[in-house]
Design a protein around this ligand. Structure first.
Ligand code: GDP
Ligand code: CA
Length: 322
């Protein structure tokens, strides 16, 4: 097969963690080599036990490397927890689970960052070591941090998500540092590349995985200006999220819990909104200006599910090309 650069296909996927990584893997498997760039959210990143942790980048990296734990849904397969147990015995907090092999990633990344490399360079180095051939970029090399506004006040994202297990009612989100941050340069360059084939917003949490990326200076403007079609796959099917707090957040923000709210969230930005085939009745009621609706089986359980959805997106792109 021709490589991405030879074939001229250039797909940019925007991803959070688990939901995004599933489609990213499907795309990686059906696209020619070199055709896919994945940009991952880094607003979940934080310092813990003296280490720099990048949950979404790592979820995508481990998934693309084929070494993720598919049953637990996060982290590495075949993981053990001895280091965390030992740390705990020495008085360290244990609320954030870090497996022994996963810790190696964080130790290595933290050391490389301390040596002065930026997050993009470190990510590229880790990906090379793990034989990930897809271009995986952090959304920015500058720190952007999600703060969850809830009744208890503003909580750092991982405190809300892991320590409090998403229990607090949310009122909104703030992405500290976003206005000063620069979008990763290769990411911005792709967005403004006249030869970009398409942008695919993966089925990730719209509020805390995708918004941190879209709100970086210049990104929204570039997406709107780009002639490349922008696709988004709904992470909400029926009245629930397949995983995580997206549906709970929606309800607490006063929005109807359905893919229609996701479509409204991406109003003005997305050309083709991909909904699950089980949501056909709802799809008929969605009328967002400039937005086409595509129905597809979007529940990705098996590897075949991931590849099939990716292939359907590419087929549709092909059909819609002038
Ligand atoms: P996180 O950063 O690990 O929380 O992951 P993401 O933000 O990337 O993804 C979370 C979202 O992915 C949730 O809202 C889920 O509903 C959605 N999701 C997970 N698996 C699937 C799937 O197979 N299909 C679809 N359409 N959405 C999914
Ligand atoms: Ca995440």
């Amino acid at each position: 097969m021709k490589s991405g650069t030879e074939s001229g296909v250039k797909i940019l996927a925007l991803s959070g963690g688990v939901g995004g990584a599933k489609l990213a893997l499907g795309l990686a498997r059906v696209l020619p080599p070199g055709a896919l760039t994945v940009v991952a959210n880094t607003a979940d990143d934080f310092e813990h036990l003296g280490l720099y942790i990048a949950p979404d980048l790592d979820t995508v990296m481990y998934t693309l490397a084929g070494i993720n734990d598919t049953e637990r849904g996060w982290g590495l397969a075949g993981e053990s927890w001895q280091c965390l147990d030992a740390l705990n015995r020495l008085g360290a907090e244990r609320w954030f689970q870090l497996g022994d092999r996963d810790l190696a990633t964080h130790i290595r990344r933290s050391a490389l960052l301390r040596e002065g490399q930026n997050l993009s360079a470190v990510t590229a180095q880790l990906c090379r070591a793990l034989d990930v051939t897809v271009d995986l970029l952090p959304m920015s090399d500058d720190p952007v941090r999600t703060l969850v506004d809830c009744e208890e006040g503003e909580l750092p994202f991982q405190h809300y998500f892991v320590r409090e297990q998403c229990r607090p009612r949310v009122r909104g989100f703030r992405f500290a540092g976003q206005e000063q941050a620069r979008a990763q340069p290769a990411f911005l360059a792709m967005l403004t590349d006249p030869e970009l084939t398409a942008v695919i917003i993966c089925p990730s949490n719209p509020f805390v995985s995708v918004d941190p990326i879209l709100g970086l200076p210049g990104v929204r403007e570039a997406l709107v200006a780009s002639p490349a079609p922008v696709y988004a796959v709904s992470p909400i099917i029926g009245d629930r999220a397949l995983k995580g707090p997206a549906a709970k957040m929606m309800a607490e923000l006063g929005l109807p819990v359905s893919a229609a709210s996701v479509a409204a969230h991406y109003r003005g930005l997305v050309d083709t909104f991909v909904m699950d085939e089980s949501d056909a009745t709802l799809a008929a009621t969605i009328n967002e200006p400039g937005m086409q609706i595509m129905m597809a089986p979007t529940v990705m359980k098996s590897l075949e599910d991931r590849e099939r959805l990716a292939q359907q997106l590419l087929d549709r792109l092909q059909d819609c090309r002038p």
